[in-house]
Design a protein around this ligand. Structure first.
Ligand SMILES: [Zn+2]
Length: 255
């Protein structure tokens, strides 16, 4: 059946690609897309087209998701897997978009096994084998703000990559040519360093939310990698180097 899927993919790309004008508008809106080569832009357009066919993007709370909003989200999601392929997003199908920050109440199990309901306000969330949930307010604000180090889209889709090998633990499946101990040394060292800075009340150069746990650390440094690689390189060059191997991209060369 693979040939059938290949045929279908070719048909979609030829007959239903994202309109060039709309594509150029989305790419020029976000600093995150700056410096991509013509070949990379064309490949990203193909991935984004297929992403929009394979995933359902739905609005919550009466939000109407325009095609341009969908492309803005999908293009950022696809930037993460530009060199990895869409298969990394297999196994789930929905992106739910709220107009703004949304409140969630989750059961949390504490150290002594008591489950409590916790209500929090979020700009994004990523479920294991479930949907990605985003706040459009945050997506729109961040795409216009430029290289700030923040992107809720990159953050939540990085969790999706992390969860490819089970629960989010800060280590996605590494490629065959990567060295597991190099990854662990770079990430564990940086994570510990960040926690120590916070413990000593030093203002960290990166979002302190990264110190919550290794999964959040991976998601936050992925945001930096794509939106503010200079800061990541200055703070944690070994983490930057590992991410260039994992994502097979070097955003620093693009900026
Ligand atoms: Zn997170």
């Amino acid at each position: 059946m693979r040939w059938l899927q290949r045929l279908r993919t070719r048909y979609l790309l030829r007959h239903h690609p994202i309109d060039h004008t709309e594509w150029d508008q989305v790419l020029s809106r976000g600093a995150i897309f700056k410096g991509l080569s013509a070949v990379e832009r064309a490949h990203l357009r193909e991935l984004t087209t297929l992403f929009l066919y394979r995933k359902t993007l739905v609005g919550a709370h009466d939000l109407t998701v325009s095609h341009q909003m969908a492309v803005t989200i999908a293009a950022q999601a696809c930037l993460l897997v530009l060199k990895l392929g869409l298969r990394w997003y297999d196994g789930w199908s929905q992106v739910i978009i709220y107009p703004g920050a949304f409140r969630v109440a989750h059961d949390r199990i504490n150290d002594v096994g008591i489950i409590s309901k916790q209500a929090r306000s979020l700009s994004g969330e990523s479920w294991l084998r479930g949907p990605v949930i985003l706040s459009w307010d945050d997506v729109a604000h961040e795409i216009d703000a430029g290289s700030t180090g923040h992107s809720v889209v990159i953050h939540e889709f990085a969790h999706k990559l992390d969860m490819r090998n089970g629960r989010a633990n800060g280590m996605p499946p590494l490629h065959a040519d990567m060295v597991r101990s190099d990854w662990t040394a770079a990430f564990a060292g940086a994570f510990k360093h960040l926690q120590q800075r916070l413990a000593h009340h030093h203002r960290p150069a990166i979002n302190s939310y990264a110190a919550t746990d290794p999964a959040e650390f991976f998601a936050v440094v992925s945001e930096l990698f794509f939106t503010d690689p200079e800061t990541l390189m200055a703070e944690y060059p070994r983490v930057y180097a590992q991410l260039t191997q994992f994502y097979q991209q070097a955003p620093l060369d693009r900026h």
